[in-house]
Design a protein around this ligand. Structure first.
Ligand code: DLL
Length: 433
């Protein structure tokens, strides 16, 4: 039977959620107008005042916020509360430019942890569970967010953080962990390591995994589920909006419910900013309704996604987002053609390869080159060159039909591509260097 952490809101009627969003939006816009001069100026430039915002139907009137705004306003320019009332910062894992620094009051942390608790309960978690949190702890939001959610559910929480794979596996076995929280690429690596140790899925006590923080395909989900003998649930979020738990998957495993009492989601055309109707593919934009210290209105995530309000068998009424198909700023333009790393991953996994690959883009004699290095599984590993060449050209044909451009595939021996303990690095674009 489906269980909920906060059933009264998770299963509220669409009308009740809309009424709550209307009320909270009006209040939040007033809060931002009075306390965040940076955003007030943007509103003034657009000729909008809080009186113009009477409910969600007026959301489109508000200006967007982008990552550039966050950089310009760094570090304190978008705060909605005095520093004295803040108790925490978290920060993004970005490697270029200034990091995003997000502030939290105790109230913000409390609501964020509720969102993570909803995700854990939706994955079947109860106070009987042992929840191993193998996301990084520290500035990254993954560890602290799921740690807080796990406490709220009453799970015995094991804060291993990421890395030290042998110790992770020891704890899973010795402390009988039933829920694993980490990036999907680290889950795949843990699965691979346990398989090598001769552990079969029925010898692994885990029953569920809550995996997110990076794009992962349905094929990768199947792989992880089979190796670990678990159900693998997706979880989405970003530092700017709190961290993990903006959206989470339920037993249907077909997209993530957005916590609509805290966030309003919109899909826009990334080029024109026009709001698109439900079901359209576009850039995901979020408005945080309840955050006090870092209240972002109409924040452009750069994640490309589709929303759907189709009825869900789990009983939750929150709108669902599909797996993000990539980021508008992750999109590679190779010989003029738009290529998403997720399209390449789908071809590889569909052909039975593991999710251990690297995409290398370069420019030789003014022409873009696309190389994909893919690991063979131990079962397919061979030194028969004919066999390898045949495999490579089959994959090249698959990629050409998916992408519309040619790619060169190089098959490499098992365990050659560096494993990731956090977010995987899939693309090396040498053209930018
Ligand atoms: O990755 C927060 C998080 C931690 C989410 C743990 C889930 C689990 P950032 O480091 O700020 O925050 O990165 C946010 O990661 O805009 C997406 O591009 C990507 N992302 C996050 N979750 C998913 C997901 C955390 N489930 C950025 N699927 C976002 C695909 C995801 N991409």
């Amino acid at each position: 039977m489906e269980r909920y952490y906060q059933p009264e809101i998770e299963c509220a009627s669409v009308e009740e959620i809309k009424a709550l969003q209307d009320e909270r939006l009006v209040k939040q816009v007033k809060h931002v107008w009075e306390n965040v001069p940076y955003y007030r100026r943007k509103m003034e430039e657009k000729g909008v005042t809080p009186e113009d915002i009477k409910g969600t139907q007026d959301l489109y009137k508000l200006p967007f916020l982008t990552k550039d705004d966050l950089r310009l306003a760094y570090p304190y320019g978008l705060m909605g509360k005095p520093l004295k009332e803040c108790v925490r910062i978290q920060s993004t894992s970005g490697t270029t430019g200034k990091r995003v620094v997000a502030f939290y009051t105790q109230h913000d942390i409390d609501l964020w942890e509720d969102c993570c608790a909803r995700a854990i309960v939706a994955a079947g978690g109860t106070d009987e569970d042992v929840c191993q949190v193998s996301y990084g702890y520290g500035l990254f939001t993954g560890g602290p967010g799921l740690n807080g959610g796990s406490h709220k559910v009453g799970c015995l929480t094991i804060p291993t953080s990421s890395g030290n794979t042998e110790r992770q596996i020891m704890f899973i076995q010795d402390l009988q962990s039933t829920i694993l929280c980490c990036t999907p690429s680290y889950a795949a690596y843990l699965g691979e390591s346990m398989k090598e140790m001769g552990l079969t899925p029925d010898q692994i006590p885990l029953k569920a995994g809550i995996f997110g923080a990076e794009a992962w395909s349905e094929e990768m989900r199947q792989d992880i589920q089979n190796t670990l003998g678990i159900k693998a649930y997706d979880i989405y979020g970003l530092t700017e909006l709190s961290g993990p738990g903006v959206a989470f998957e339920c037993s249907e495993q077909s997209g993530m419910h957005i916590n609509e009492d805290h966030f309003i989601a919109e899909i826009i055309d990334p080029n024109t900013g026009e709001v698109l109707p439900e079901g359209s593919k576009g850039e995901l934009v979020f408005t945080s309704l309840t955050k006090e210290a870092f209240p972002l209105l109409r924040y452009r995530t750069r994640d490309i996604c589709v929303l759907s309000r189709e009825k869900c068998s789990c009983g939750r009424t929150f709108i669902k987002m599909a797996k993000p198909m990539g980021r508008s700023d992750d999109m590679l333009i190779i010989r003029g053609v738009n290529v998403f790393p997720s399209q390449i991953e789908a071809v590889l996994l569909n052909a039975g390869y593991p999710a251990n690959y690297q995409i290398i883009v370069d420019r030789v004699h003014n022409t873009d080159t696309l190389d994909v290095q893919v690991e063979m599984t131990p079962e397919m590993f061979t030194d028969n060159m004919g066999e390898i060449k045949k495999r490579q050209s089959d994959l090249e044909a698959g990629l050409r039909s998916m992408l519309g451009i040619s790619a060169r595939v190089v098959l490499v021996a098992p365990k050659t591509i560096v494993r990731s303990e956090g977010k995987a690095v899939r693309v090396v674009d040498k053209r930018k260097i």
